[in-house]
Design a protein around this ligand. Structure first.
Ligand SMILES: Cc1ncc(COP(=O)(O)O)c(C=O)c1O
Length: 463
């Protein structure tokens, strides 16, 4: 990770707003068919989209297709894809090996609600990569974290849950707490507020969830002890080993080891939510990258190579409550043969050791390239990368948790950078929270394009 350059320049806010208005007008100009499709979609599809995370003002950009590292929108604009479906498409679009597996499976029937051999092979491979012996399947990241928390509750007989303030773990009630909070509502450092994320979440559920700040193991332990004294020891700590929704926030040295030791000592189940990190930052995700083995791992996104598939990894002790029937981990589509065929081909034929070496090489190149631009223009920013993921964080201060993110990260610059990229053939994740995900199909050409587009923005900002 790079440091913010010494003597970083003060950016002209008026200029940022002026450029943002100009780039927004240019994007509107380039996407008339998306505008038309939005008019039509909005009549029947609420907000014109399938998920509120796809909403955009004045209209979403509708895509038509993707191939390898590229996607095209309905206006025919071509982009290098650095969004990659919120990090689901680390294999690249329409990968032939996954295509073959899915086509073959289609001819043999796509759904039985009975286990198939592919599901066994995938579990064997996940057990090897993530160092957890027992696995179950789901269909999304939210299902994975929902079931994992229920399993932890079943195992411990406790209802309370601990999470990291500002971390996103999906859209079920227990984890829709203490995310997206304004800075002045975060609450005291030692006891941040538990707040519902949007309407429709019962207060009784919110009250069971306790958030602590990332990269602070001591406050986690103090909070566990305090809750224990109140007779409310948490069943689990659910966390990302590297936060992936504040840009990328890496764990400080020793933090994950301390969390592992504390949770073990207090008998609290440790869940690493690897929906974003798993299969993307290393073959065995954060477990491999940081060498810390939790009690449970949750996966989704990249697992299915573009098909909706999720998984839960468990230690033998944790899995007992599933295997003895005391916790129901169920679902009609769990282990769906089409998803399992895609996951098997992805794990065995696409996400190979060579693929991870390629992703590391490309990520080093993009991080170094963007870092050089930051230095050259003395931008109030720094770059951070890991595996296939990374970002330029627009902040004068190193972001280590949600507090520093909300205090220091620059939302206006993030918005401008997104518009700027979209108008120059770089399809990026919208919003200040996100990062790039490279795919196996990315090449140096895609990386160099990203860096040169960023350099043009930096030059424009420097005036
Ligand atoms: C870390 C993490 N966990 C869980 C989820 C939920 O996954 P899904 O959207 O597949 O339900 C997400 C989604 O972005 C995520 O980033």
């Amino acid at each position: 990770m790079q440091a913010v350059p010494a003597g970083a320049v003060e950016l002209d806010r008026g200029r940022i707003r002026e450029l943002t208005a100009r780039e927004l007008a240019a994007l509107n100009e380039r996407t008339p068919k998306s505008a038309e499709m939005y008019q039509r979609a909005n009549r029947t599809l609420s907000g014109g989209v399938a998920s509120s995370y796809q909403l955009r003002d004045p209209w979403p950009i509708y895509l038509s297709h993707g191939e390898g590292p590229r996607v095209w929108d309905v206006d025919g604009n071509e982009y290098f894809d650095f969004h990659n479906g919120f990090g689901s498409m680390v294999q690249g679009h329409a990968h032939p090996a996954i295509g073959r597996a899915v086509t073959e499976r289609y001819g043999q029937g796509t759904h039985f609600a009975a286990p198939t051999e592919d599901g066994v092979v995938v579990a064997e491979e996940l057990a090897r990569r993530f160092r957890l012996p027992r696995w179950r399947y789901t269909n999304s990241g939210s299902e994975s974290t929902m079931d994992a928390i229920r399993i932890a509750r079943g195992l411990t007989g406790r209802d309370d849950v601990m999470k990291i303030f500002g971390s996103y773990h999906g859209h079920h009630d227990t984890v829709m707490v203490s995310i997206g909070v304004e800075y002045d509502r975060i609450g005291p450092d030692e006891r941040p507020n538990s707040l519902a994320y949007g309407a429709g979440i019962p207060q009784a559920t919110v009250d069971l969830v306790h958030a602590v700040h990332f990269n602070d193991a001591e406050s986690m332990e103090r909070r566990i002890v305090e809750l224990d004294r109140e007779g409310r020891k948490p069943a689990c700590v659910i966390m990302e080993a590297a936060m992936m929704n504040l840009g990328v926030v890496l764990p400080e040295p020793g933090y994950l080891e301390a969390v592992r030791e504390i949770t073990r000592r207090h008998g609290v189940v440790l869940i690493f939510d690897e929906v974003k990190t798993g299969l993307c930052i290393a073959a065995g995700g954060a477990v491999e990258r940081f060498g810390v083995v939790p009690d449970m791992v949750t996966l989704a996104k990249a697992l299915g190579g573009g098909l909706p598939t999720g998984a839960i990894g468990m230690s033998e002790e944790v899995a007992r409550v599933v295997e003895d029937g005391s916790v129901y981990q169920v679902g009609t589509y769990n282990g769906n043969p089409l998803g399992m065929a895609a996951a098997r081909a992805s794990l065995l034929e696409v996400l190979t050791p060579e693929a991870y070496a390629h992703l590391d090489r490309l990520n080093d190149r993009i991080v170094a390239g963007c870092g050089e631009v930051v230095e050259r223009y003395r931008l109030p920013a720094y770059t951070v990368g890991i595996g296939s993921k990374g970002c330029v964080t627009f902040s004068r201060e190193k972001v280590v948790d949600y507090r520093t993110f909300k205090r220091a990260q620059d939302p206006e610059l993030s918005e401008l950078a997104w518009l700027w990229s979209m108008n120059r053939g770089i399809f990026m994740t919208p919003g200040r929270e996100e990062e790039w995900t490279l795919s196996v199909a990315h090449t140096e050409e895609a990386i160099d394009r990203y860096v040169s587009v960023f350099a043009e923005l930096a030059a424009e900002l420097a005036g």
